[in-house]
Design a protein around this ligand. Structure first.
Ligand code: UDP
Ligand code: MG
Length: 136
C-alpha cells in the first residue's frame, strides 16, 4: 500500500472543515491510517517547510501553520496516493485551483488555503517520518 501525508491547516480547523476535507478522501476510497489534532511546534514547522526557508513568505507561513490546532493525517491508497491527493487538493494559486478541488471549492487565499499534501513519494516519506514516526 502507498501512503501520503496531509495537514488540515489551522484555517481549516477554525472554519470547521476537518470533516468536509476527510470525507472527500474517504469517499474517494482513500483510507485514513493515522490522524491527530495537534498545534505544530515552530521548529517542526521550520523542518517541514525547509524547502521554502529562503522565500519571502516563509516567516508568515511558519507563524500561520503554528497559530492553532491542525489535523495531521496519514492517508493510504493502492498507488500514487500522494498524486491523487494533490490533484484533489488543487493548485496553490487560488486563481488556478479548479472547482471540484478542495482549494477550488473552499479557499480564495494563497496563504490560508486549508490543506497541505506531500508533493512526491519522497516528501511523503520524509513528512510521515517527521510527524508520525511510527507510521512509515
Ligand atoms: N504560500 C504563500 N505564498 C506563496 C506561496 C506559498 O503563502 O507565494 C504558502 C501556501 O500556504 C502554500 C505553502 O506556502 O500552501 C507552501 O507552498 P508550496 O509552494 O509548497 O504550495 P503547496 O505545496 O502547499 O501547494
Ligand atoms: Mg508544497
Amino acid at each position: 500500500m502507498n501512503r501520503t501525508f496531509i495537514i488540515v491547516k489551522p484555517d481549516g480547523v477554525r472554519r470547521g472543515l476537518v470533516g468536509e476535507v476527510l470525507n472527500r478522501f474517504e469517499q474517494r476510497g482513500i483510507v485514513i491510517v493515522a490522524a491527530q489534532l495537534r498545534t505544530i511546534e515552530t521548529n517542526t514547522a521550520k523542518m517541514h517547510y525547509a524547502e521554502h526557508a529562503e522565500k519571502p513568505f516563509f516567516a508568515g507561513l511558519v507563524e500561520f501553520i503554528t497559530s492553532g490546532p491542525s489535523l495531521l493525517a496519514v492517508l493510504e491508497g493502492p498507488q500514487d496516493t500522494w498524486k491523487i491527493v494533490r490533484t484533489m487538493i488543487g493548485a496553490t494559486n487560488p486563481a488556478e485551483s479548479a472547482p471540484g478541488t478542495i482549494r477550488g471549492d473552499l479557499a480564495v487565499e494563497m496563504g490560508e488555503n486549508i490543506i497541505h499534501g506531500s508533493d512526491s513519494a519522497e516528501s511523503a516519506q520524509r513528512e510521515i517520518a517527521l510527524f508520525f514516526p511510527n507510521q512509515q
